[in-house]
Design a protein around this ligand. Structure first.
Ligand SMILES: CC(C)(COP(=O)(O)OP(=O)(O)OC[C@H]1O[C@@H](n2cnc3c(N)ncnc32)[C@H](O)[C@@H]1OP(=O)(O)O)[C@@H](O)C(=O)NCCC(=O)NCCS
Length: 176
């Protein structure tokens, strides 16, 4: 089942993120790879600015995804499913849940959400071709390089090297 996560889940979310992020090893540029991929203190800072949802079962959280409303857009952030559970539809269900999430229910930033134009964006590594296909199968379309870079600069707080090697996809409005 899908549930909202709290800071109490941070350690487990951190485990899920870092285990799943092994998929990036040797794929993303070497100078962008570091261990752990996401330290716990960085995750806690991220959690303060967005709502995380998780797929919870008998073995605990197996997949997580964050939803970050900002002025003008909403971002899908930090999508990770444990490697042993990938391909079961967990990521797809989490993504569909976020796509259909009623803005008025946002507990963190209802005011910002109200100002949002409703654009739903997701950023990922250019090299993560599986992730691009995953989002495209769920109605997202890849934006051009110039627009991607502009959006990454404007809305994502990430290192410049990560920005240069990432791309943005947008949910096709006709799909939402
Ligand atoms: C991308 C990711 C979140 C998707 O989650 P998921 O639970 O695997 O997604 P789903 O099972 O809903 O869908 C995955 C699709 O790829 C296929 N797939 C992905 N991994 C698979 C695997 N290990 N075995 C078999 N099929 C797999 C599925 O068949 C499915 O295809 P479909 O949509 O045509 O049915 C997850 O694979 C992941 O954590 N990857 C590593 C980290 C990453 O790339 N994150 C994205 C950051 S933006």
């Amino acid at each position: 089942m899908i549930r909202g996560c709290t800071l109490d889940d941070a350690v487990r979310i951190c485990f899920v993120v870092n285990e799943a992020a092994e998929a990036y090893r040797g794929v993303i540029p070497d100078d962008c790879w570091h261990e752990p991929y996401m330290p716990l203190d960085e995750l806690r800072r991220e959690m303060a600015g967005m709502t995380f949802f998780g797929w919870d079962g008998v073995d605990g959280l197996a997949g997580v995804m964050g939803r970050q409303p900002l002025e003008g857009v909403t971002l899908v952030r930090h999508a990770y499913v444990l490697s042993t559970r990938q391909g079961e539809g967990i990521g797809g269900r989490l993504l569909e849940y976020l796509v259909g999430y009623p803005p008025s229910a946002d507990r963190l930033r209802p005011t910002l959400q109200a100002m949002s134009s409703g654009r739903l964006l997701v950023g990922t590594w250019q090299a993560a071709t599986w992730a691009v296909r995953f989002y495209e199968r769920h109605g997202f379309r890849r934006l051009g390089d110039a627009e991607s870079q502009e959006l990454l600069r404007r809305y994502w707080d990430i290192p410049s090297r990560q920005r240069e090697t990432s791309l943005v996809l947008e949910l096709d409005p006709s799909q939402s």
